[in-house]
Design a protein around this ligand. Structure first.
Ligand SMILES: [Fe+2]
Length: 592
């Protein structure tokens, strides 16, 4: 359905006259790409000697000869036998956290991703629908397309409910052409609960004609079926060939994840040549600064698919037409065809995915690995910079009385598993006889604290964690997944309080305190999730954090990522909240 806003995006009205006249040869093109090898995603062929004519932001003609459309003002790019491919689409990512989006794009654009479909959960856990609108303001009118998904905000922390986006609000947000659907709802919270909140969000999204993204980690058979029946249409959590097949068979679009959190692309290796991959897409599921700088964002994911033995046209389809079709955008993006946006890559050779030239909506935006367009930083509204509503703490407030133990002489723990993401419930013997339960860093037993940051009361829970490894000092961060709060882990109460209070003073950040002093502070003032530093500086600060945590005894591969996930409702089996530990299997809250 058309409205005033969508005219900006859809090539109708005045535009289709211009396009058809250019195709017919009655008006010159603005841009012509001559003599390339076309990646024809529609037939799966690689076609030599193809040229493309572009009028304004759209493709007007594709065929053997576009010279007729060259006028005096037409820019001509000689492909000279190089490859013409559609711009890449990352169908599931998280680019709202960590960096200023303008800086992110500077590094991501030269890799050829011209469409990003992103979750926006962090801004919403901080500020609800207002946070979502603030992020939309950051991504409008950028030289590439950034579509946003409204987060269902599944959280283990009850305090997050204060920020939930209501049905009336989602209805309003979905009217925006830049809002493409409902973000990942962890399947358990959608279908294994009598609460219909997520189902109502799904219904509203379907009514608006938009897509419902899924997250079916660990689901199979009846539960996987129930999740699809509830309305989920994609999953980026397939980690084995069986998972891929089960999801495809049930109609899911399978987004194969290859990013900094996990790398699961290998799971299609045994399926190459065996099944139709038309419903498979590639995705990053987010990137950290290191991944962004070293992996070219999405480019190397597509490259890896080719290197694994997929035909280049097949890998390119999984990064263009397949995701476009999933979001019902294939009439606009995902292929080189008349009427589509002129989002075009010139690749040096069919098996090389790093583009020489990146064209977005008819404009050359990167060449030879360099971004050519300006990417202004847009100021954030004031309320997005003041989202940590927690009174400062004193060390006594983190003391845990022996009476809190559910069993005499023992405490319940969260045990971080080897991959640094999954946690399991454990039990540790008490070593203290002082009347309070203390951390025991010599035995890798540290305190873990969750403080909610929305009510103003700073409601909190102090638990215990093993597997973090620090022998002294404490860390705290507001950059935590799926919750509105601060998570801290530490060997002693003084450092814990120093670290937490510094996060509060910064109005968001990651902090390491040692010997009563602040050793590292990385501010994340944008909603408590985003930095305003240059990406190179941010990268070196995060690697400094990793090194220091390592020097203090931790062997975690990515300590920051582990800290981010301690309250997440996405990863089993026991998480921390202000109401206690949340246990996935039991679906309950328990103390130590
Ligand atoms: Fe995700």
């Amino acid at each position: 359905m058309m409205n005033e806003e969508s005219e900006k995006m859809f090539p109708y009205n005045a535009h289709n006259r211009r396009l058809l006249e250019t195709a017919l040869g009655n008006e010159p093109a603005d841009l012509v790409i001559r003599d390339g090898v076309l990646m024809d995603v529609y037939t799966g062929r690689v076609v030599p000697h193809r040229s493309v004519a572009v009028a304004e932001r759209w493709i007007a003609y594709v065929g053997p000869d576009a010279d007729y459309a060259i006028g005096e003002q037409t820019r001509v790019i000689e492909a000279g036998g190089r490859v013409i491919a559609p711009g890449f689409i990352d169908p599931h990512t998280h680019i709202a956290n960590f960096w200023n989006i303008a800086d992110f794009l500077k590094y991501a654009i030269p890799g050829g991703t011209t469409t990003y479909i992103t979750e926006v959960e962090g801004f919403c856990f901080a500020l609800g629908a207002e946070g979502f609108r603030a992020f939309l303001d950051q991504v409008r009118d950028r030289p590439v397309k950034i579509f946003c998904l409204v987060p269902p905000m599944v959280s283990a922390s009850p305090a997050a409910a204060a920020r939930f986006i209501a049905v009336e609000e989602i209805r309003e947000l979905l009217r925006d052409e830049q809002v493409i659907g409902l973000g990942e709802s962890y399947w358990q919270s959608a279908i294994l609960t009598p609460d219909d909140r997520i189902l109502h969000l799904i219904q509203e999204t379907v009514k608006a004609g938009k897509t419902v993204e899924g997250h079916a980690a660990g689901a199979a058979d009846r539960r996987l079926a129930a999740y699809a029946a509830a309305g989920a249409t994609s999953c980026h959590e397939a980690v084995s060939p069986e998972d891929v097949l089960n999801r495809l068979e049930m109609g899911y679009c399978v987004m194969l994840r290859e990013g900094h959190i996990r790398k699961d692309l290998e799971s299609i290796r045994p399926l190459i040549g065996e099944i139709d991959l038309g419903r498979c897409a590639l995705s990053t599921d987010g990137a950290d600064t290191e991944f962004l700088l070293s992996e070219g964002y999405f480019t190397d994911v597509v490259q890896k698919a080719v290197d694994m033995g997929l035909k280049p046209i097949e890998a390119i389809r999984m990064a263009t037409l397949n995701p476009a079709a999933h979001f019902s955008l294939d009439h606009l993006i995902g292929g080189i065809a008349p009427g589509r946006f002129a989002d075009i890559l010139i690749l040096p050779a069919p098996e090389t995915m790093r583009p020489d030239i990146v064209i977005s909506e008819g404009r050359v935006i990167a060449e030879g690995g360099k971004t050519l367009v300006s990417l202004p930083r847009i100021p954030h509204p004031d309320q997005l910079l003041k989202t940590v509503h927690v009174p400062l703490l004193s060390p006594e407030e983190l003391s845990v009385p022996l009476s809190a133990c559910s069993k005499p002489g023992a405490i319940r723990t969260m045990d971080i598993q080897a991959n640094g993401l999954v946690t399991r419930e454990g039990s540790a013997q008490l070593s203290s006889s002082t009347g309070t339960v203390l951390a025991d860093p010599g035995n890798d037993l540290l305190k873990i604290v969750f403080i909610e940051r929305v009510s103003g009361a700073g409601e909190r829970f102090v638990g215990f964690v093993r597997g973090w490894g620090q022998k002294q000092g404490a860390v705290a961060s507001s950059l935590i997944w799926d919750a509105s709060g601060i998570v801290a882990i530490g060997a002693d109460d003084l450092d814990l309080v120093q670290a937490i209070n510094r996060v509060i003073e910064l109005q968001g950040g990651t902090v390491l305190a040692l010997g009563g002093e602040i050793a590292i502070d990385i501010p994340f003032p944008i909603a408590g999730y985003g930095s305003d530093k240059k990406i190179e500086d941010l990268t070196s600060e995060v690697s400094g954090f990793q090194k220091t945590v390592g020097d203090l005894g931790s062997t975690l591969r990515s300590a920051h990522l582990t800290l981010e996930t301690m309250a997440s409702a996405a990863i089993p089996f026991i998480r921390i909240t202000e109401k206690g530990y949340f246990r996935f299997r039991e679906n309950d809250y328990v103390g130590i």
